[in-house]
Ligand binder design. Structure first.
Ligand code: RB5
Length: 146
């Protein structure tokens, strides 16, 4: 299950991502927003990121105008590694090296075609493990000690 979230600045791209996920047969839960009217991105980022942290969803995709507000907020949720990606290389690396469970993008930064390529690559990439486990564990240990 994929958690989706956006503010008004990411609403249109979230709708495009939903169409793509439907076509490809992915299951998702949309945490809103459900319109283009002005809202506050943390309200949606927190709900979707918590669903991933709690295990209700395996991964999440969050979209705002720049993706920055979504990534800052999602990374405040314990256990979440959110990656702001506007190219396919970073998207793949964020899964293979960082085991990111949340992808963030900015609707005002990239076009729909690139955004959907990023979603495809990100969903199809897997954590490489090995030496990267140790690095991710260091982040997890810090979170536990906090
Ligand atoms: C909303 O205008 C905009 O600030 C928001 O979508 C996002 O870009 C914040 O990081």
């Amino acid at each position: 299950m994929i958690a989706l979230g956006s503010d008004h600045g990411g609403f249109r791209l979230k709708e495009e991502v939903k169409k793509y996920l439907q076509e490809k047969g992915y299951q998702f839960r949309d945490f809103g927003t459900d319109k283009e009217g002005s809202v506050d991105y943390p309200d949606f980022a927190l709900q979707a990121a918590r669903a991933v942290a709690d295990g209700e969803c395996q991964v999440g995709i969050l979209i705002c105008g720049t993706g920055i507000g979504m990534s800052i907020t999602a990374n405040k949720v314990r256990g979440i590694r959110a990656a702001l990606c506007h190219d396919t290389f970073s998207a793949r690396m964020s899964r293979e090296h960082n085991d990111a469970q949340v992808l963030c993008m900015g609707q005002r930064v990239i076009g729909t075609g690139l955004a959907l390529d990023i979603v495809k690559v990100w969903l199809e990439s897997k954590f490489s493990g090995g030496r990267h486990c140790r690095r991710v564990e260091k982040i997890q240990n810090y979170e536990r000690e906090k």
